[in-house]
Write a protein that binds this ligand. Structure first.
Ligand SMILES: O=C[C@H](O)COP(=O)(O)O
Length: 261
């Protein structure tokens, strides 16, 4: 386990890009990821499943790069192999060079009816394989005056999701208030800082002070990270506002201006 939490920035392409567009995106993204890694910032890219192998070929050529300039999957199943038509095996992802698996995104919970129990089984299966679960958490309703409510809501999601993930296994929690996903602007910075501070306290109390990181997602873009409190927030989880590679590069530079312990 690392002795300190490394800042990180991840990006999900959801189902926006075709494989051909992802391939073109990679030619701009790879040098940005390599430069970020050279200054101590971890990156990961989560393409659609059809582009996972090509993304690993471009980004993960050594074992160290599996996590440092990693590739993620948008989901996985909780079994490694068997008669599970249409599912994605954590073991197969590992073999390709994948380092991260996004689990329980708000869209999967809402559209595909994924339960907290599903999320827990997937997180445990991913961690068992050495994949870092990127567990998505976040309250559904917008009520910026209810910081305590948001913290409690997310704490329950955290406790359920990692109940079978060992304390020393790396986990990333993507705090994404559901009401801030797909919008023009992210949640207000004071609100993000306050909720993440509450989540940080909880994770530390569980004994996950080094192994669990918190990143903010939900209409995150250039200009946001400079306002975030790095005692609580370890990085960002980017969606649409990273589709332009130069935006992603700007966000890396904004993370680089902060003095992480
Ligand atoms: O996976 C990424 C998040 O859901 C945020 O997406 P967004 O920045 O497009 O709102």
């Amino acid at each position: 386990m690392p002795t300190k939490r490394t800042p990180l920035i991840g990006m999900s392409l959801k189902m926006y890009f075709t494989p051909a567009r992802t391939q073109r995106y990679l030619s701009a993204f790879v040098p940005i990821a390599r430069s970020a890694n050279a200054i101590g910032i971890t990156t990961f890219l989560i393409p659609d499943f059809l582009s996972v192998a090509a993304s690993c070929a471009a980004l993960v050529t050594t074992e160290e790069q599996r996590y440092a300039t990693g590739v993620g999957a948008q989901d996985c199943f909780w079994e490694d192999s068997g008669a599970y038509t249409g599912e994605i095996s954590p073991a197969h992802l590992w073999e390709l060079g994948v380092g991260y698996v996004e689990i329980g995104h708000a869209e999967r919970r809402r559209i595909f009816r994924e339960s907290g129990d599903d999320v827990a089984k997937k997180a445990a299966a991913a961690a068992k394989r050495g994949l870092i679960p990127v567990v998505c958490i976040g309250e559904i309703e917008p009520d910026e005056s209810q910081i305590d409510f948001a913290v409690q809501y997310c704490v329950q999601q955290i406790d359920e999701a990692v109940r079978c993930v060992p304390l020393d296994s790396q986990v990333v929690f993507a705090y994404e208030p559901v009401w801030a996903i797909g919008q023009h602007n992210p949640a207000p910075t004071e609100y993000i800082n306050a909720v993440c501070a509450g989540l940080r306290l909880h994770l530390d109390s569980l004994g996950r002070e080094k192994s669990a990181r918190i990143i903010y997602g939900g209409s995150a873009g250039p200009g946001l990270f400079t306002e975030l409190d790095i005692d609580a927030v370890d990085g960002m989880f980017i969606g649409r506002f990273g589709h332009e590679p130069t935006n992603f590069e700007i966000m890396v530079q904004e993370i680089a201006t902060k003095k992480f312990g």
